[in-house]
Write a protein that binds this ligand. Structure first.
Ligand code: ADP
Ligand code: MG
Length: 246
């Protein structure tokens, strides 16, 4: 579904990503773990081209992503990629002056040109799925962090993405609100959503993912099942990292 090949990213002289490969199959859930500053956000942002890779390529359904055609064949445009690959951030980024419902219908109406009535029906259905149908008329400031994040997930889903990228979506939440957001993600995984999830919730990562990648100093230092990577790590840096979360 989504692939990174030889992905590199530099910020000036700083080499953040040093040649990463990832292949995400339909329905697969991959967890990305690693120390702060290891490049997780940069990597996941490159996957939907919010950051432009310095080298390497992103492929969506076998097509290279880019805005120009080249002699290697057809390309899928960045705008189109972003419609198919949704993203949810640590800091919700909801529109504060719009209601919950308007936050969720904005993308479908403006970007996808869906009829407003249809967009509202879809949005109400999604808000129901994240347990917030009764909050549709509320403004973000009147919601808890967990509720805001569930709205942000509903908003991403309203674009009907084929892949969802989640970057530390529970890191800004009070501990007692983490569970309600993880439950929504778990539910998406059970429904077959293809996802790449950056998280520090080790137990959740182990439980929800088909595969875990340990990113360290800009390389994928270890990859395997959650049993291999989280429960029985071999790499000493990974052992030290995982043990901090026990
Ligand atoms: P993580 O998400 O794993 O904490 P990041 O991808 O955010 O890591 O950052 C990796 C490295 O890249 C860090 O050293 C960070 O300071 C640097 N970095 C991230 N974004 C930028 C940017 N826009 N400009 C310059 N340096 C950046
Ligand atoms: Mg990050």
């Amino acid at each position: 579904m989504l692939e990174a090949r030889g992905l590199r990213k530099n910020y000036g002289a700083l080499e953040v990503l040093k040649g990463l490969d990832l292949s995400l199959a339909r329905g697969e859930v991959v967890a990305l773990i690693g120390p702060s500053g290891s490049g997780k956000s940069t990597f996941i942002r490159c996957l939907n081209m919010m950051e432009t890779p310095t080298a390497g390529e992103i492929r969506f359904r076998q097509q290279q992503v880019g805005d120009r055609f080249n002699d290697r064949g057809t390309k899928i445009g960045i705008g189109k990629l972003r419609r198919h690959v949704g993203m949810v951030f640590q800091h919700f980024n909801l529109f504060p002056h719009k209601t919950v419902l308007q936050n969720v219908t904005e993308g479908p109406i403006i970007v996808c040109k869906r009829p407003p009535r249809e967009a509202r029906e879809l949005a109400m259905d999604l808000l129901g799925q994240v347990g917030l149908a009764d909050k549709h008329a509320a403004y973000p400031n009147h919601l808890s962090g967990g509720q805001k994040q569930r709205v942000a997930i509903a908003r991403a889903l309203a674009m009907e993405p084929e892949v969802l990228l989640l970057d530390e979506v529970t890191s800004a939440l009070d501990p007692e609100l983490v569970g309600e957001v993880l439950a929504v993600i778990r539910n998406l995984a059970d429904k077959g959503m293809t996802m790449a999830i950056v998280t520090h919730e080790m137990a959740f990562a182990a439980d929800v993912s088909d595969r875990v990648l340990f990113l360290d100093q800009g390389v994928i230092a270890e990859t395997g099942t959650s049993d291999e990577v989280i429960l029985n790590p071999q790499n000493p840096r990974l052992q030290a990292f995982v043990s901090r979360f026990k």
